[in-house]
Design a protein around this ligand. Structure first.
Ligand code: ADP
Ligand code: MG
Length: 270
């Protein structure tokens, strides 16, 4: 079983990329379970054809100790098991804490079972206690950081790398690589490649920005479902295959903010 996680800044494209990768892996014959760990609760929207009916935290609040498997595990595209950890109402409680409760509940229910791939989709703006749980507690062993060439995306990516390097010394967690999700930034691929090299990791895939993603999204579908023959679908299939075959396991070497800023300036200035 491959236990992977996608981390990255909010809005960078984690859930879109994760859902397309899950769809591609599933279409290639693998059993897949995708778990959203973001208070937005929309990780699995493109797989379920709409927002998840009930998150783990919703059901825990409602039924306390009587949560059942079917309450929290939803079947999506091509049989993919979809779970949303859930989060507190805005302004109340701690989102990270919710992830801890949700993952413990799933464990107690044996809800994850034994699929070929478990993919955790985790918000990584802040690697606070809660959001670090999939890394810290060994739920995910291979981390992929989704980033663009924008400063703030790289800033978050570098922070996530710091989190991984801290916990890697104690457990099995490793950085699998970076996934570039393009924002059409000047010399973006070169910048992300340089950033990857500096972290002692690699760029697994450069995903172009493509309007087909929105065309699929407004139909609540992945590109793999909506337009399996298009180029972008091919990119996601390649990414899925690279992840499936990836054996590199790096402990990243993050950098300081000044160095990161200088790197972004070097590639970004015209
Ligand atoms: P996150 O899960 O990181 O918060 P999302 O996956 O929800 O981010 O993506 C944010 C927005 O970016 C969505 O509207 C999505 O359609 C769009 N998007 C993501 N990747 C691409 C891409 N490669 N090309 C075009 N639009 C994209
Ligand atoms: Mg998301």
């Amino acid at each position: 079983m491959k236990k992977i996680a996608f981390y990255g800044k909010g809005g960078i494209g984690k859930s879109t990329t994760a859902s397309n990768v899950s769809a591609a892996l599933s279409l290639a014959g693998k059993s897949v379970c995708q778990i959203g760990c973001d208070p937005k609760n929309d990780s699995t929207r493109l797989l379920l054809g709409g927002n998840c009916r009930s998150t783990v935290l919703d059901v825990v609040h409602e039924k306390e100790d009587e949560v059942e498997y079917d309450d929290v595990v939803h079947t999506g595209f091509n049989g993919i098991r979809c779970i949303e950890a859930g989060g507190p109402e805005p302004g109340v409680g701690c989102a990270g804490r919710g992830i801890i409760v949700a993952l413990k509940t799933l464990e107690a229910l044996d809800a994850i079972g034994n699929p070929d791939v478990i993919l955790y989709d985790v918000l990584g703006d802040v690697v606070c206690g809660g959001f670090a749980v999939p890394i810290r507690e060994g739920y995910a062993e291979e981390i992929y950081i989704v980033t663009s060439g924008e400063m703030m995306a790289l800033y978050a990516a570098n922070n996530i790398a710091k989190g991984i390097s801290r916990f890697a010394n104690r457990g099995k967690v490793r950085l699998g690589g970076l996934i570039a999700n393009s924002r059409n930034v000047h010399r973006e691929r070169e910048l992300i490649e340089a950033f990857a090299e500096r972290l002692h990791t690699k760029l697994i895939c450069f995903v172009p920005r493509d309007p087909m993603v929105q065309q699929a999204e407004i139909r609540r579908q992945t590109v793999l479902e909506y337009a399996p023959e298009c180029e972008q679908a091919g990119v996601y299939r390649e990414l899925a295959e690279s992840i499936w075959n990836n054996e590199s396991d790096c402990i990243p070497t993050p950098m300081g903010f000044d160095e990161l800023e200088a790197m972004v300036y070097h590639y970004g200035s015209r």
